[in-house]
Design a binder for this molecule. Structure first.
Ligand SMILES: *Cc1c(COP(=O)(O)O)cnc(C)c1O
Length: 375
């Protein structure tokens, strides 16, 4: 091949490194010739989706020859009711990742910048770079911070704001740290940001958070027309494989995002399953309860072993294994346990472990004991 197709790509695209997903179980078992592996690597719900969502999917299978409703009428109506907002405030996406990209496509580009924190969700740098915009990365709280080690430092983020900054990405709580920002901190940040700068609060794990002081930022959309809140059905709703998420925003911003999205960016099955999932809040409550128990189980196991971890309000825990995490990750794979190394997030000694069933959590703990004893 004499033509360098990489060199022909756009500037931002040429230097992109693809997002590193959690290893699929099938791939691990194929590679190592093992079976009965468990995956605690992508923050999926161990209970799976609501049975009501599965039934909604089965009921619709005969309709798959038809295009979906490109406007997602029924799902938007249900979401409008859920959030007490007008349907014109909603943008549906093929996962909330899609919505994050729409925001980049519409508002970022060469000569423009995005602000986000160190150790923040990997999609923010990816989207920023793919659009050819500049990433301004704020330092995070230090590892020895008393309550929020590695957490977003909103003062540091505020210090990076200038007229080139068109988008600020805040993950609340953040993945992979599990750290969160309280109501007052987010509110005062929003008050100080120029209305010309969009502030995206990514609430992918909102339903899991039990802290009294944790803000549901969708309540502030009327006060701040530059605020966007993103949510997903991939995490507590257990529908990661279907790909559906959404943004809530001022109608004028939603109008822009809806102009750049593909006409059929969310599937019929995803829309129907999402409506049914919203109608099963008992499943959400059961998922929260299982997660709280699992967080406690893993935290206590770490404490008993003298392993540091970042206090988390999400459905995952990032654990400092006290040595380079890569070899520990590899050894855990050979034990049939898939977790996530987060060296790419600037945390080379941490493994992020998704909270599973109590059995799966215990399998992880036992495997970790064997691996650390050998090392
Ligand atoms: C998992 C996750 C998402 C959601 O991704 P989807 O595209 O909706 O599956 C968004 N933000 C954060 C911080 C996440 O961890």
């Amino acid at each position: 091949m004499s033509i360098d197709y990489l060199a022909l790509a756009l500037d931002g695209v040429r230097d992109l490194h693809p997002y590193q997903p959690g290893k699929p179980i099938e791939e691990l078992e194929r590679e190592l010739g093992i079976s009965h592996s468990i995956k605690l690597a992508s923050n999926e719900n161990p209970l799976g989706p609501s049975p009501k969502a599965l039934q909604a999917i089965k009921d619709q299978l005969s309709g798959l020859a038809l295009y979906p409703d490109g406007n997602g009428f029924a799902l938007k109506a249900r979401l409008a009711q859920q959030h007490q907002l007008g349907v014109e405030c909603i943008t549906l996406g093929n996962g909330s990742n899609d919505v994050l990209e729409l925001i980049g496509r519409a508002y970022l580009g060469p000569g423009r910048a995005a602000v986000f924190a160190a150790h923040a969700f990997a999609v923010y740098p990816l989207v920023t770079q793919a659009c050819g915009a500049t990433a301004k990365v704020a330092k995070a709280y230090p590892a020895d911070h008393p309550t929020m080690p590695y957490g977003h430092d909103l003062d540091a983020m505020r210090a990076l704001l200038d007229e080139t900054v068109r988008v600020v990405f805040i993950a609340n709580p953040n993945n992979p740290t599990g750290t969160w920002l309280p109501r007052d901190a987010v509110y005062s940040f929003l008050r100080e940001v120029s209305p010309q700068t969009l502030v995206v609060v990514d609430e992918a794990y909102q339903e899991y958070v039990q802290e009294a002081d944790y803000p549901d930022c969708s309540e502030w959309l009327e006060a701040f027309p530059n605020l966007l809140v993103t949510r997903t059905f991939s995490k507590i709703y257990g529908l990661a494989g279907l790909r559906i998420g959404y943004a809530l925003s001022h109608p004028a911003v939603a109008d822009v995002l809806n102009r750049v999205r593909q006409p059929f960016n969310t599937s019929t099955l995803a829309q129907l399953a999402a409506v049914a999932a919203l109608d099963d809040q008992a499943h959400v409550a059961a998922s929260v309860q299982l997660n709280q128990a699992g967080l406690l189980q893993l935290s206590e196991a770490c404490q008993a072993r003298g392993l540091a971890f970042i206090p988390s309000v999400g459905n995952f825990l990032s654990i400092d294994v006290g040595r380079p995490a890569g070899p520990v990750y590899d050894a855990l794979l050979r034990e049939g346990v898939i977790v996530r190394p987060i060296g790419g997030y600037g945390m080379p000694q941490h493994l992020r472990v998704t909270i599973g069933t109590s059995n799966d959590n215990q399998r992880f703990i036992d495997a970790l004991d064997r691996v650390l004893a050998r090392a």
